[in-house]
Design a protein around this ligand. Sequence first.
Ligand SMILES: Nc1nc2c(c(=O)[nH]1)N[C@H]1C(S)=C(S)[C@@H](COP(=O)(O)OP(=O)(O)OC[C@H]3O[C@@H](n4cnc5c(=O)[nH]c(N)nc54)[C@H](O)[C@@H]3O)O[C@H]1N2
Ligand SMILES: Nc1nc2c(c(=O)[nH]1)N[C@H]1C(S)=C(S)[C@@H](COP(=O)(O)OP(=O)(O)OC[C@H]3O[C@@H](n4cnc5c(=O)[nH]c(N)nc54)[C@H](O)[C@@H]3O)O[C@H]1N2
Ligand code: SF4
Ligand SMILES: [Mo]
Length: 698
Amino acid sequence: MAQPVSEDAATHTVRGACPHDCPDTCALEVTVSRGRVLKVAGAADHPPTAGVLCTKVAHYPERIHHPQRLLHPQRRLGAKGPGARFERISWEEALAIISERFRSIIASHGAEAIVPYSYAGNSGLLGYGSLDRRFFHRLGAAQLDRTICASAGAMGYRATIGASIGFDPENVVDSRLIIIWGSNSVVSNLHFWRLAQEAKRRGARLIAVDPCRTITADKCDQHIALLPGTDSALALGLMHVLIRDDLVDHDYVARHTIGFAELARRAQDFPPNRVATICDIDERIVEKLAHEYGSARPTAIRTNYGINRTAGGGMALRTIACLPALTGAWRDPAGGILLSTSGNYPVNTAALERPDLMPQPLPRVLNMSTVGHDLLQAQPPIRAIFVYNSNPVAVAPQSGEVVRGFARSDLFTVVHDLFQTDTADYADILLPATSHMEQLDIHKSYGHLHIQVNQPAIAPLGEALPNTELFRRLASRMGFSESCFGDSDEDLCRQAFDWSDPRLAGLSWQHLATAGHARLNLPQRHAPFADGGFPTPSGKCEFYSQMLADQGLDPLPAFVAPREWRQSPLAAEFPLALLTPPARNFLNTSFANSQRFLAQEKSPTVLINPHDAAERAIAEGSLVRIFNRRGEFAARAVISDRARPGVVVATSIWWRKLSPDGRNCNEVTSQALTDMGGGATFYDCLVDVATSCQRSAS
Ligand SMILES: Nc1nc2c(c(=O)[nH]1)N[C@H]1C(S)=C(S)[C@@H](COP(=O)(O)OP(=O)(O)OC[C@H]3O[C@@H](n4cnc5c(=O)[nH]c(N)nc54)[C@H](O)[C@@H]3O)O[C@H]1N2
Ligand SMILES: Nc1nc2c(c(=O)[nH]1)N[C@H]1C(S)=C(S)[C@@H](COP(=O)(O)OP(=O)(O)OC[C@H]3O[C@@H](n4cnc5c(=O)[nH]c(N)nc54)[C@H](O)[C@@H]3O)O[C@H]1N2
Ligand code: SF4
Ligand SMILES: [Mo]
């Protein structure tokens, strides 16, 4: 229950934006009194939010004023790792220690021995990447390839469509058929789900394609429980039937696509019976879905990043993204496909991040998804890592290596966070970060088409600093004299967008700072590719991609099997495919230290099919070990046919130190990368499950 708003005169409401890495980017109304946040509500006048928030953010005052918020800089005493103890120091001391250590590393090993490590813990344009990037660019630090979430899917989608642009979700209420493909909307895209339900009330059919019968799949009209990593085969099977039975929009294909003849030849190799074997589903499902998809109008496919976490993740998105051009679904505002809307925003990344400050030749690039390996083996070695907006010890794959890497006694580690996360336990210097309610920011979204301003609602708690101010001060300490290090947060907001772009016509910083939010200047019944105009090299939807051919990749849609495939020899030893998708009450590891949400999620669990459980004599509720050669972690077994046979599901991401065995699911995930974009392959992971008393993994 939210606390009642007090009536005193000091109480007022401030407009904010949710900074979490969630497609919905809700507009917030934050009620504050005397420096405390009393209540957080969804803005009713912001169409995507429509006055509704998820439970996590509806209880935000508890997070802001959590007794364990970090409020002062600290220095570690004693050993690194769980149980690490810290002592309070001043900002002066903290900045002096960091700058001196950076200087000495640069003198003896070069700046490339220092690596920043950040992701989207704060997704505001300032919080995500602005003064921090300028600082590391000017320092000459190693560059970080931010691949942990979306890079494979984004690249695959771009190969077909040209940019992260899809149908406008606000139009989906008019769809007749909605395929929710590899996404658990109720959990991770609640405001899309709201619109999909409205479409359902108006007569749409909803189909979920997911190896797990999630709460979203439960509420759809049909659930297709294919094997993980086989989505491209299913999409090729649909194309096979669409072409064979002439359900193709030939006019659209002729005018707005390239490579149809080659695609048709490729699709011939994927008759429904072959697809049924690959996906382990009934071949009639493929036939029926193709017929429905080819005859209904409008048809919308909502994908998300759940399908970009296996070896063929890039190709999976690329292949599925071909479907709407084949049937001409793009003609309707409520038709097409949506992965992300972020490509609609004219963000001025070069102005915010200033890559021109980097030295020549450009510093080396390290992939954030292989941080474990790189901390142990990169050459030349990494000597310092600066973590902010992320919790790699808990979220990066193959924790065994990640933990060993962070535990190196010769590694200098700085962590900037709101809480003492699993990663913070390895910090030499631990710095307190403000929440977004204590800072100014400006936001795009990857799930709608509005811009938002986040006004600070309260003053920074304790001595906490926003990312921008931290790096402003560090830049000054390092003696960086470029004027861009003096830019205020408001300057950065003004620089964040190219305001002359037609999509921002009629909008300005001044307007937004008062209004709080505004829709991009795109028509309300916007159908982005009704008349083609794809932002690809050819200007068409590319069934054949020269860009992929030039990179030595298959230029045509294809089925790329998971790396840990059930037909591989590995499967004899580890026969179950493990999925570790988001838990409803956590946001990655954020909120996973809140008593309220820990109580909701109860304990780490693993869903296992009754058949697989019986084979292993696993009892409901028992503590089991999930293991492979990389490691193991413990969870309570939940026996349910929600997990299809051969697949086990452990929702994530738990803090290691708050888990029964001090470990989490990333003990078993792999650092292998996707076919495109160098992405992480979290859902390409074979394991076995055993009762706790059975043989240990190693
Ligand atoms: N509550 C909550 N919301 C979140 C997050 C969170 O942690 N908690 N995380 C946020 C972040 S960072 C992101 S990137 C997004 C993620 O958003 P989504 O990508 O939509 O992620 P999920 O909701 O996990 O949906 C993924 C679904 O894909 C299924 N899946 C796994 N592998 C496959 C496969 O090979 N094929 C198919 N068809 N399905 C597969 C899983 O079972 C799961 O149900 O959500 C964001 N929103
Ligand atoms: N097994 C498995 N692993 C996964 C996934 C999965 O589905 N399964 N999902 C992956 C995905 S999609 C993603 S996106 C990653 C996410 O991984 P991360 O990006 O590491 O996300 P969080 O765990 O939420 O950690 C974000 C941290 O940033 C802090 N923070 C928030 N705001 C600020 C700020 O303004 N400044 C600073 N300095 N810190 C701030 C938060 O307190 C939090 O500790 O995890 C990946 N890992
Ligand atoms: S986490 Fe997502 S659904 Fe929840 S308030 Fe933030 S943007 Fe909205
Ligand atoms: Mo993500």
